[in-house]
Design a protein around this ligand. Structure first.
Ligand code: PMP
Length: 415
């Protein structure tokens, strides 16, 4: 059996029993040809595809891995809890311990609730805001991603107008458009939901401007509505107290998931006392939402993140990668546009409207053992040490060399 055939064989089987072969954003047809669909193993900052090829991973399972795959402290905590019990008739003591830890860690939090996916958490925030205010309208930034159910999914298939009847759109980092949106729903505003930063797919990433963040807080306060930060993607990578601590704004409600349990399925909502009654009043639950293993993993993850300055480490490694890529791009005559926080980067090539150059570069890196994404937010972890960054940069040097050549040929053809 040749190297590529395990992935290909799995895809062929999947095509028969899974609609479209794979749902959602992890469908490998959304990334360039050459990317694997199936993975078999992980360790530290490395993943292995089903055919056994290994990569330094800059997607971190799309965010959940933050301390390294198989982090020994997290795994030990999870194993200890697994030996005692996971899903039982009610929560384990880990629930209370984790809620206490979240309240102690997250600056705005007076309470916490838990579920499984980011969409559970963003949806609960909206529901709690409506329950707490008795109002209906929610302001959402154009192009922002808050999950994959009818009120927020980027697809329109199977979605009715009514599912989104009470959403009003504004532009991120544009206080005037936020004020206008709020003005259009006077007396009926339940919430403003904001992403931690602007991380729309395929676009440059933009940090929140202080003036915009403070305007969002003021507009919510004036309307007695909730300010919700969707920290699902960025949570615990930018600031342990919550991402909008960086701009000096405390939300009323925050949605968390991805990295909070280093890869175990867990999501959280944190809130302040203003919305405690709203949170108490809604009916929300799930068969797996109180399972103890992911909570034990989360306690170990958050404790370790706090004790090791993981945010500082990830940021320093991200800066090292960014500087290295920039120097290499310059050397090969390519204009690389890097944006986002260093530990959650995205890079796009100037003038590469159809993303063909970016795709080509990522495939060249992939073939040499580095897994980047050509258009989505990427993620660094605490396992991405400076040695790993240097190993990565040796590979990207070759990838740049390969695309510089292709790029020149294409330019010559076009010219
Ligand atoms: N909000 C943001 C900002 C996200 O990045 C995501 C996941 N990519 C979600 C919500 C939804 O999370 P999940 O896929 O776990 O439901």
């Amino acid at each position: 059996m040749d190297q590529q055939s395990i992935d290909a064989a799995l895809r062929a089987r999947a095509a028969k029993v899974i609609p479209g072969g794979m749902w959602g954003h992890q469908n490998a047809t959304r990334v360039p040809v050459g990317y694997p669909q199936y993975f078999s193993r992980s360790e530290g900052c490395r993943i292995w595809d089903a055919d056994g090829r290994s990569y330094i991973d800059y997607m971190c399972a799309w965010g959940p891995m933050i301390l390294g795959y198989g982090d020994p402290d997290v795994e030990e905590a999870a194993a200890r809890q697994r030996a005692q019990g996971d899903g039982l008739n009610g929560p384990t003591p880990r629930l209370v311990e984790l809620a206490e830890l979240m309240v102690d860690t997250v600056a705005h939090a007076d309470w916490a609730m838990f579920s499984k996916n980011g969409t559970d958490a963003t949806t609960a925030c909206v529901t709690i805001a409506r329950a707490g205010t008795g109002r209906r309208k929610v302001l959402v930034a154009r192009g922002a991603y808050h999950g994959a159910i009818p009120w927020c999914t980027p697809s329109v298939a199977g979605v009715t107008e009514e599912d989104r009847a009470h959403l009003v759109y504004y532009d991120y980092n544009d206080a005037a458009s936020l004020e206008e949106a709020a003005g259009s729903v006077k007396g009926d505003l339940a919430a403003i939901i904001v992403s931690a930063f602007k991380h729309d797919l395929g676009k440059d990433h933009v940090l929140p401007e202080r003036a915009f963040a403070h305007a969002a807080r003021r507009v919510a306060d004036e309307a007695d509505a909730a300010l919700i930060v969707d920290d699902v993607r960025a949570g615990f990578r930018l600031d342990m107290g919550g991402s909008w601590e960086l701009v000096g704004v405390k939300p009323d409600l925050s949605a968390w998931s991805k990295a909070i349990a280093n890869g175990r399925a867990l999501a959280a909502v944190t809130g302040n006392d203003r919305f405690r009654e709203g949170a108490r009043s809604i009916f929300t639950t799930g068969s797996f939402w109180t399972a103890g293993v992911s909570m034990a993993a989360s306690i170990a993850t958050i404790t370790k993140l706090r004790n090791t300055d993981a945010v500082g480490l990830m940021s320093a490694s991200g800066e090292r990668l960014r500087a290295g890529l920039q120097a290499q791009a310059r050397k090969y005559g390519l204009a690389l546009r890097q944006s986002g926080p260093a530990q959650m980067p995205v890079f796009l090539f100037e003038g590469d409207e159809d993303r063909s150059l970016g795709s080509r570069f990522c495939v060249e890196a992939l073939n040499r053992g580095v897994y980047f994404h050509p258009t989505h937010t990427m993620f660094l972890s605490a396992a991405h040490t400076s040695e790993i960054i240097d190993e990565t940069l040796e590979i990207t040097e070759e990838a740049f060399k390969a695309v510089a050549h292709v790029h020149e040929e294409l330019a010559a053809k076009a010219g």
